[in-house]
Ligand binder design. Structure first.
Ligand code: PXL
Length: 282
């Protein structure tokens, strides 16, 4: 079995089950070497906790990259999540072009917004910078809010298939490689993901748990990247990530005190099972 070296760049939220504290264990469970660059260190995530600390690590990033360049350390996949400043994006773009092995896949989760709103701490100049990163990646995994911010398309809470096709087209017209658009829901019982390579598009629909959960975008993106590193197609990786994310939410809904994240750890064996299953032909 192939053993890939993955680099993920996102923050450490010390409490909150998001970003690196989720990505590192999921990617390791996918059976691949996982290297990290923390973009910032926060005492918790910013969605619901008050008074959190924030240490920006922007200026550490080029130093880490230079060290790895001098050691000849290269990656098979580079996946970015929540970034701590607009300036980091120039450093991350340099990492994309200088630290990838031949065939390296770059994956950007433009983690900056949800439910029609930017996360606390992000602004319009950050969105402009994020466009540069998203449109140079091989694969992007935006939710609908992020896709709207990246394209200038109006955000709608209620939409139909025409709107989603228009949004995905707008991403490709702006320069996107492959798109995995998450949280696409046409009714109250189901939700799903649209996977589009610029020509053909597929929709994977699955059950929807009527409860928003923090950190599920990060669980999704990490599970997707781990599946891709295992040689799955983009579509199969999107399906595996969706099934695992739903399982994580199901494993958490019975515990209202666990409002800040999902209990993804006890169901990691399910993710490993999904990775072993042969995938149906597309
Ligand atoms: O899950 C995305 C995320 C990552 N990191 C931090 C966050 C959030 C979402 O709010 O605040 C620090």
């Amino acid at each position: 079995m192939s053993y890939k070296r993955i680099l993920t760049i996102q923050d450490i939220s010390c409490v909150g089950q998001c970003s690196l504290t989720v990505a590192q264990p999921i990617l390791s469970a996918s059976g691949n070497e996982t290297c990290i660059i923390p973009s910032a260190v926060l005492s918790s995530h910013t969605a619901g906790f008050k008074g959190y600390t924030f240490r920006d690590l922007t200026e550490d990033i080029p130093l880490i990259a230079e060290h790895w360049k001098s050691e000849g350390i290269l990656f098979d996949a580079i996946y970015t999540g929540y970034l701590g400043s607009a300036k980091q994006i120039d450093y991350v773009k340099d990492i994309f072009s200088s630290l990838g092995r031949e065939g390296c896949v770059t994956i950007v989760d433009p983690a900056m917004a949800d439910n029609g709103k930017l996360y606390v701490g992000f602004d319009a100049p950050f969105v402009e910078k994020m466009k540069e990163l998203a449109f140079c990646a091989d694969i992007i995994l935006p939710n609908i809010t992020e896709a709207c911010l990246l394209t200038g398309v109006d955000y709608l809470e209620q939409y139909d298939g025409d709107y989603i096709r228009y949004l995905v087209r707008a991403l490709h017209d702006s320069g996107a490689g492959k798109v995995v658009l998450t949280g696409v829901s046409y009714n109250t019982e189901t939700t799903g993901v649209v996977v589009c390579d610029g020509n053909s598009s597929c929709y994977y629909e699955h059950r929807r748990i009527p409860k928003g959960s923090h950190g599920t975008g990060d669980v999704y993106a990490a599970a997707f990247t781990g599946a891709l590193a295992n040689g799955k197609t983009v579509y199969d990786s999107a399906v595996i990530a969706a099934e695992y994310t739903v399982k994580c939410i199901e494993n958490t809904i019975g515990d209202p005190s666990h409002w800040y994240g999902v209990k993804f750890e006890p169901v990691l064996p399910y993710y490993i099972e999904l990775l072993k299953r042969p995938c149906k032909p597309e």
